[in-house]
Write a protein that binds this ligand. Sequence first.
Ligand code: NG1
Length: 416
Amino acid sequence: MYPPTTPEQHFASPRLRALRAEFVRHFGDSAGTRLVRAPGRVNLIGDHTDYNGLPVFPMAIQRDMAILFRLRFDGEIRLHNTDPHFAPRRFHLGPEIAPEAQGDWGNYLRAAGQAIFRAHGSLLGIDGVVSGDVPVASGLSSSSALVVACGLALVVANDIKTSSEELAVLLAEGERYVGAEIGGMDQAISLGGQRNAAFRIDFNPLRLQRTPVPPDWTFIVASSLVRAPKSGSARNVYNARTRECREALDAFLDHPKVPGEIDGYEALVGTLSLGEILAVAVQALQNPLLKRLRHTVTEAARVADARAAMLRDDPETFGQLMTSSHRSLRDDYDVSCPELDELVEISLDSGAYGARLTGAGLGGCAVALCRSDSVEPVLAALRRHYYEGRTYEGALDDHLLAAQPSDGASLVELEP
Ligand code: NG1
């Protein structure tokens, strides 16, 4: 049953104090407030597979979006943000909520509000303040963390009984409000993540398989500093890839050598071996569809192999799979960029077992796997060869971090 609770100490108190102060400033006092948080994530392997119903392998990270909120007695949502880049937003809950301008942060709140309203009927709204420390448009899924936090606030405020799986499916569907034909990875891991673990996630139906991350494996996340907002320019490429994957599958299934009962990518990889699929693909498809399908099916196989490698504490194999995944995303899926390639090369040259872009690509972050003794050399090389001489907003720690496998979204127990 949802939601689990996390003690207040888990939540950094200076941030909570700032949230409370903002809440009081805008809404008078903080009586009756509650706090929810939802983490961002890093996907270790398995990108551009979720929307085809194929597996992914992410972990939730220590960065999150939090909302301190109080129930209202009407259907209005009023949310402020501690980050002055994000102006206050308000709207009325309903089944058809008109969007703000494209790219506006308020659309993620609206996405959550509309999805919960459609599934659970008439709802009461909230007053609240949002505070986030997930870097925005970086491939760490700040957008889904916000959607999940807002959805969870409404679930808690309205005392809705649901499970985290149901909520993940609902909010993944709901986030399509913003315009990208996304899969369900980000909402599922933001809700289902656990400390010290990564998860293989399968879809239709949603299934999460816990996988302990060996204690001396460290995943370094490095931002390319190239923004790839899914509400903006990256959306067209993303949606084009989802379309190409559908076209590639249709053309593949038309080939006489393909058994008739296959109706999707999951059935395809479950019925034919990778070798059989690739042999037919070169006959049935031309580029770019051949490349798109090749990435999709080989990436699904890498997810299975990578999870097995993590379970047997084999970072060499896991790292090689990450690097193969990057090459496939770069060469077959055409979603890398020179900056992401550079981050991968620097990480590999300075001792990482493997590295790849993470998330949708076209900017955002790379992730590199290191064992304890290579963490410092890899961080130092990235600082020196990538970040020195480049300009970025805020502290370097916001752009270059060792990701900690963290707990999923929760209601935080507050002291009265
Ligand atoms: P990013 O752009 O990293 O948040 C997106 C999709 C995922 C998945 C990855 C690629 C959103 C919210 N999520 O993630 O569902 O398809 O790209 O693997 O856009």
